[in-house]
Design a protein around this ligand. Structure first.
Ligand SMILES: Cc1cc2nc3c(=O)[nH]c(=O)nc-3n(C[C@H](O)[C@H](O)[C@H](O)COP(=O)(O)OP(=O)(O)OC[C@H]3O[C@@H](n4cnc5c(N)ncnc54)[C@H](O)[C@@H]3O)c2cc1C
Length: 363
């Protein structure tokens, strides 16, 4: 294994980092192709997308839609709350972006080894893959939400819950108006869903703890009625696991560094991890002088606000949920209070914005 740095996992975070470190790295990916099987919706704020662009040169060819607001709707009532966004949220083509990142990484000399499952990583940089041990000066664990290796090395922080996200991509004769609708329901507990209408298609999905396929079928039936959708065909059904938890400020042990979902750099409500992974890769690219020289203090300083933001938003969400019980009762209470428009929400730091707006409202 002739490269000094190993990246375990050729998903979004691993490939983003590989596209920057290039010749220094080998990426081990357990699947036969990068970007597959697809699992993610691909929503990020425009500024996160711009950061991806700055880091990699990837442009708008990966953008499938721009949206200026989120409509939050309880399926039990007719009304909804509109969250106006401070900047558009963009929907990325997740398979395409990973393919492009892999191309950039290989064109810069990185080796991407597909069908290579890493079964063990040690703090000294030893990596066990296909019964062979490779030794590396730095190992980035970008294994995603499986957390198999990062939990073992105690690198991922504190997991609160592991959820499942499931989605239908539908081609429609008749679609709702283009937009992002966030859905709650009094019938489905510990749940929220989303409907994204774009380009003659509807992406309908949900995040839940149990029985995702039964709940997804129920959601489809309800959404078809509620939004008057006429479905032509189901293009695909896909999804994956989503972790919610508190990230570690320094996800580092010996020569091993956790990245992306493996470091629990995920947002508090959606479990979305693209924002956190981009922040981490930006901080790594400024504080790492490959192959060995990692300025941990600089990384710590660069990541402090992001980690504290994620941390405090998770706390805030727990507090809100312990008061309201479910997302649905929260939305219905807002509707009852006559709150229909919440202005200027930052998609990546939405809860902090809600808190700031509430404080402004009360003072
Ligand atoms: C339904 C759903 C919707 C989502 N929507 C959004 C969204 O709208 N916005 C957002 O920001 N985030 C979203 N997310 C979360 C987002 O997909 C993840 O945060 C993101 O993919 C994390 O990237 P990653 O590289 O850390 O992990 P992954 O993308 O999961 O990549 C990990 C890679 O590591 C490989 N791997 C794992 N273990 C090993 C091993 N031992 N050896 C070799 N390879 C290994 C896996 O095969 C995989 O390719 C969603 C997730 C789901 C499930």
């Amino acid at each position: 294994m002739d490269k000094p740095i190993a990246i375990v996992g050729g998903g979004f975070s691993g490939l983003l980092l590989a596209s920057i470190l290039g010749d220094e790295v080998v990426v081990f990916e357990e699947h036969g192709k990068v970007g597959r099987p697809p699992h993610c919706t691909g929503l990020v704020s425009l500024s996160t997308f711009r950061n991806i662009s700055r880091l990699t040169g990837i442009g708008s060819e990966v953008i499938e839609g721009y949206f200026n607001e989120l409509m939050i709707k309880s399926l039990s009532v007719d009304d909804y709350v509109v969250l106006k966004l401070s900047e558009p949220v963009v929907k990325l083509d997740r398979v395409r972006i990973e393919e492009l990142l892999a191309n950039i990484a290989t064109s810069k000399g990185a080796l991407i080894k597909v069908n290579h499952v890493v079964t063990k990583v040690s703090p000294d940089g030893a990596v066990l893959v296909k019964n062979q041990v490779g030794r590396f000066s730095t190992v980035f664990l970008a294994e995603g939400s499986s957390l198999r290796l990062s939990i073992f090395l105690n690198l991922c922080g504190k997991v609160i819950e592991k959820l499942v996200g499931a989605q239908y991509l539908l081609k429609c004769y008749r679609c709702p108006d283009e937009g992002i609708y966030v859905l709650t329901s009094s019938k489905l507990t510990r749940f929220f869903g989303w409907l994204i209408s774009y380009d003659g298609k509807v992406l309908l999905g949900l995040i839940t703890r149990k029985y995702p396929s039964i709940k997804l079928k129920y959601l489809l039936k309800t959404a078809v009625k509620e939004f008057n959708i006429n479905v032509k065909e189901v293009i695909k059904v896909f999804g994956g696991s989503i972790v919610i938890g508190y990230p570690r400020l320094i996800p580092y042990l010996g020569n091993v560094f956790a990245l992306g979902d493996a470091a629990l750099m995920v947002k508090p409500i959606s479990g979305g991890g693209l924002y956190g992974a981009v922040r981490q890769v930006m901080a790594i690219s400024k504080s790492f002088n490959p192959p060995k020289d990692f300025n941990k203090l600089k990384y710590f300083r660069l990541m402090l606000t992001t980690v504290l933001n994620i941390y405090s938003q998770i706390k805030l969400l727990r507090l809100i949920l312990s008061t309201y019980g479910t997302y649905d009762s929260l939305i219905r209470s807002l509707i009852k209070l006559g709150i229909k428009d919440v202005k200027v929400i930052d998609y990546d730091n939405h809860l902090l914005n809600v808190l700031i707006n509430l404080i402004k409202l009360l003072t």
